[in-house]
Design a protein around this ligand. Sequence first.
Ligand code: CA
Length: 230
Amino acid sequence: MKKILVLEDEPNIRSFVVINLRRNGYEPIEAACGSEALNQLEKNPDICLALLDVMLPDIDGFEVCRRIRASGSKIGIIMLTARGQEIDKVTGLMTGADDYVTKPFSPAELTARVDALVRRIGGSDSPDKPSYEICSGPFLLNTRNRTLEKDCKRLKLTQIEYLLMKLFMENPGRAMSREDILKAVWGDDFKGELKTVDVNIRRLRIKIETDPTEPEFLTTVWGFGYKWGY
Ligand code: CA
């Protein structure tokens, strides 16, 4: 999960931003003042992007931005400016920020800017990883030629097993009901029983798990369904 530094002294705005980032799959790291932000950056060298408020109780956001750049860091930086602070845009550009969001902003606006900048800077996903490959732990799924590798070794899957793997690997950590799995893999018109899901998962586990009786990747969510637990 990509770490994003959130520097904002107003608790309400900070938690609003934090909640929205989390909802969009990011891991927010909070800071309420400039010095705390610089400490967090030192402690978390894998932070890929920083949201910096301008008006802060200690050093201002521009100074934080300037110090980040002075340290040689290439992380993405988005300044959170107040409405009417047009002059800030110029100052921000000079201190090395990549983008601006003017308060008040909507969750959609913020995440669109964050997503765009994360894409631009490449983030922690290797930028040369093609979009038709899904990687999870030792597994590599190629959605173009519909193949699966584990530790660089090709596993032979049926088309149903391939579709199951695709569904799980596209939804890591999400508990999926057997009904949802049935619908996603077999389609709306399929009139078979839920047991079909269990039977195919059992077969798939034999191929992908080291010990199919103690599944490590495709885990059971008791009384509900299954989860890609890696
Ligand atoms: Ca502020």
